[in-house]
Design a protein around this ligand. Sequence first.
Ligand SMILES: C[S@@+](CC[C@H](N)C(=O)[O-])C[C@H]1O[C@@H](n2cnc3c(N)ncnc32)[C@H](O)[C@@H]1O
Length: 214
Amino acid sequence: MTNRLTFETAQNYLDQQVDERSEEMMIMEDYARSTKFPIIGPVAGNFCYQIARMIGATSVFEMGSGYGYSTAWFARAVQENGGGVVHHVVWDVELSNKARLHLERLGYDDILKYHVSEAVETLENNQGPYDLIFNDIEKDAYPSSLEVIERSLKPGGVLIVDNMLLGGRILDQNDESSTVMGVRELTAQINASDRWIMSIVPIRDGLLLAYRVS
Ligand SMILES: C[S@@+](CC[C@H](N)C(=O)[O-])C[C@H]1O[C@@H](n2cnc3c(N)ncnc32)[C@H](O)[C@@H]1O
């Protein structure tokens, strides 16, 4: 039998390499599956957790947190790093309430700060500086979010941005939708700046990992 390496087979293989999650995390994953809610999933979640552990992050600001699945990975890292703060920011009150239930059950309540508001504005009003910022807001707002992110991240801090591949739409030069243009512009901004060292990691929908040099 020939084993063909495709994007899909590679993702399935990566899925199998992630440790089993707690029952509460599996409930959150099941909910995403049944409602088609776009969480980052276990491979990207574990990657975010690993980065946060590696840099010893104790302050994390998350933009576009949904019902707290990605937040849980960051909160786990911060707790294991000795404690600190993770900001959960989403503009839907139902999602914020749902996140509180899950994250309380997971034992991260003392670490979490909840904001039901627009994420860029909230970051502007809650200047860190932070060790790590995770950006998963509407993609057309990515380019305009970078300025406040740069002001809010410590030198030596890390920015992670989701959906850099947009399910392959990023490859279509004829796609000039605001979503694709937003991702393209953010990628170009960070690539062109000597303040950042960046890579795009092809896990799931593509994670941009950027290290703030200065
Ligand atoms: C992709 S989902 C988040 C998934 C989450 N990061 C996870 O992996 O578990 C993005 C969420 O952020 C919200 N959102 C999008 N843009 C936002 C913004 N500018 N400010 C606040 N919330 C935003 C959306 O309504 C949605 O609930």
